[in-house]
Design a protein around this ligand. Structure first.
Ligand SMILES: [Ca+2]
Length: 276
């Protein structure tokens, strides 16, 4: 159905955006479906602080689903039926240097770059695409049983999220599942895991419909610390002339040990430095 262009995800956002904003302002530790343990001061335990070190333009029409930084360029996967794409983007200008549009039947999701190839998931089509990183030529496809949300890799395996609390590790050659990891925090299951980034031995995950990034131990599934980007979301809401969607997109800049973060339909990308 063409009505699917405004997907379930997007419909939910616009229906509840004001409610969510209030929740995020006053109860930053509560997401729509799960409670995250706080201490006596109502603060998240193991919450890391950060500073914004730079701000760059971002295509406000890009429904960001995947973000990677490599060789001085951003690579971005965008979603929505009819608007899904794979892009190579110039950081300082936001200019799209290279673009591959997906067929209208596919809702693009996360991307990762592994061994010179770009892997891109789709939401409910259970189909992944593998491209040559330089040419964006489609090299192969693969299938998986779950929905596709976020993807990254640890140098050995691809790591995929599907909106649940489970991360799936796939052998990048056979494309077979080799491990599942249930993400939890102080005994509580953490679901809605979305865009991913593997950074220095930990898995960073956007938690859909919140301003939180969970930092996950890949061996135990325990969330070892959190980042709350609520202040960034509020600043973008105040500055943007159009409706924006949720925070989504983490890319690691190894050269500066910094993160690029953005969101769906956000006009800006923020470079932040985490204080460990
Ligand atoms: Ca990423």
């Amino acid at each position: 159905m063409k009505d699917d262009k405004f997907s379930h995800k997007k419909y939910l956002h616009y229906s509840y955006s004001w409610v969510l904003l209030i929740i995020l302002l006053f109860l930053p530790i509560v997401s729509c479906c799960q409670k995250i343990i706080v201490d006596d001061d109502n603060e998240l335990i193991n919450l890391l602080s950060y500073e914004i070190i730079d701000i760059f333009p971002h295509d406000p029409a890009a429904f960001t689903q995947g973000l990677v930084w490599e060789d001085g360029f951003l690579y971005e996967g965008t979603g929505l039926y009819g608007s899904s794409s794979l892009r190579k983007v110039e950081l300082k200008t936001g200019k799209v240097l290279q673009c591959h549009n997906l067929n209208d039947d596919y809702f693009g999701e996360g991307i990762t770059i592994f061994n010179g190839r770009i892997y891109q998931l789709t939401w409910q089509e259970k189909t992944g695409f593998i491209y040559d990183k330089e040419t964006f030529k489609l090299l192969d496809t693969f299938t998986y049983l779950s929905e596709g949300w976020g993807i990254t890799h640890d140098g050995d395996n691809l790591i995929i999220s599907d909106g649940s609390s489970t991360l799936r590790f796939l052998d990048p050659i056979k494309m077979e599942e080799v491990k599942q990891l249930r993400v939890h925090y102080k005994g509580n299951t953490i679901s809605n895991l979305n865009e991913l980034e593997y950074i220095k031995g930990k898995i960073y995950a956007n938690i859909w419909q919140t301003t939180l990034i969970a930092i996950v131990d890949p061996d135990t599934g325990e969330v070892v610390s959190w980042i709350n980007l609520g202040e960034i979301l509020i600043s973008v809401e105040e500055d943007s002339c159009q409706k924006i969607d949720v925070l989504n997109g983490i890319a690691y800049n190894e050269g500066k040990d910094s993160l690029f973060v953005t969101g769906k339909l956000w006009p800006k990308i923020f470079e932040i430095k985490i204080h460990n």
